[in-house]
Ligand binder design. Sequence first.
Ligand code: SF4
Ligand code: SF4
Length: 274
Amino acid sequence: MDAQGIELFFIPDMYPAGDEHVLVHEVTGRIVPEGGIPLHVGVVVSNVQTLINIAQALEGQPVTDKYVTVTGEVGKPSTVKVPIGMLIDEILLLAGGTTVREYTVIDGGPMMGKLIQKDATIRKTTGGIIVLPQDHSLVVEKGLTWPVISNRAKSVCCNCRACTDVCPRNLLGHRLEPHRIMQAIGRGQINESEVLSKAFLCSECGACDTYGCSMGLSPRRVNAELKRQSPVQVLETPIMKNPKAPVLIVSSGEYQPSDYYIVWVWTSMNIRHP
Ligand code: SF4
Ligand code: SF4
């Protein structure tokens, strides 16, 4: 650490940099235990937008605006500061309007984003929107219904485990094995607590879909749906049952206050103010 107590750590251009478990490991070498949060290994992760909001709140200013990146089929891809509640159509005009007649809007990134209606509004969680032609493969994939996804998983998955091999949480040592969850789907075992609790370990980063599966399947969507359908809303891992219990991934001892990290996430961006 330098004299100001701040050290810059430049991470490579990699995915999923937004998964705080991955980020903590990249910056500190520590592994957040499965089912845990960075604080369990002495780290607080906060993005710059949150820090700005905190600073403004301390001056009595509520959160009324968001920085939103607009990209894809728009005339002028940009990051703009807009009021929460603004219509998507209005923000598209700020980005130069759409360049295709028939388009679909994704709220979020290409990997984790969700399709939204054109009359939707900017929410406090909106960080970026992507405009794509309606027949774009991302739009088609994100529009698949659960019956289609589960039937494909049952009939097409060859259990090759390529999805598990690229899973960032699995690579951190967590017991998330998406190929086993896909196998369980095929066997009709989706309600078994072991399957469900492992699905809860998934960050829904989508690396398994994009970089792992050559069969066009989506372990990410399967895990997301299992979590959504689950009557069990609490992940049963040792650390959730008992914070003092030993966990599968054991961090390297207790952390002193001087060992604690605050990781601020800053993404360079080109900001325009309407
Ligand atoms: S990579 Fe695809 S085919 Fe292979 S186990 Fe995973 S979901 Fe099944
Ligand atoms: S989406 Fe896939 S790769 Fe990402 S954490 Fe979940 S199972 Fe692993």
